[in-house]
Design a protein around this ligand. Structure first.
Ligand SMILES: [Fe+2]
Ligand SMILES: [Fe+2]
Length: 131
């Protein structure tokens, strides 16, 4: 599965979240492509920062929806969000320290796996909150 195929392949049925998921996948692709193409380091750093900010905002929205509706799986869902943010932070720091030669490959693989698993399992469970 590629990031591109995730863009339209995964849907929660909640329009606002699905829109943001497509935006996030676009940002993940831009970051991985820039890394693969050995783009300027300032561009890669900016894309890391933009993805981190966008993912944080998206997760805050989902978490507020879950708290508002007293969603039973809130803690586990939030922990999975934190796992992604931590991974992005680690990769961003390694990149800036020049210690991340295979970041592009492992980042793309990791983001695809995290995103596919999280949206299909955790985010799909949020559909019940929108009904
Ligand atoms: Fe999400
Ligand atoms: Fe989520």
């Amino acid at each position: 599965m590629s990031l591109t195929s995730l863009k339209d392949g995964l849907r929660t049925g909640i329009n606002g979240l699905d829109y943001e998921h497509r935006e996030l996948v676009g940002m993940m692709e831009a970051l991985c492509d820039s890394f693969d193409d050995a783009g300027p380091s300032s561009e890669v750093s900016d894309l890391f920062g933009a993805l981190y900010a966008e993912a944080s905002a998206h997760f805050a929205l989902e978490e507020s929806l879950m708290r508002e509706k007293k969603y039973a799986s809130y803690e586990a869902h939030k922990a999975d969000h934190e796992r992604l943010l931590e991974r992005i932070r680690q990769m961003m720091e390694a990149y800036e320290d020049g210690m991340c030669e295979d970041c592009g490959t492992s980042l793309r693989r990791w983001l695809e796996a995290w995103f596919a698993g999280h949206v299909a399992k955790a985010d799909a469970g949020l559909r019940s909150l929108a009904e």
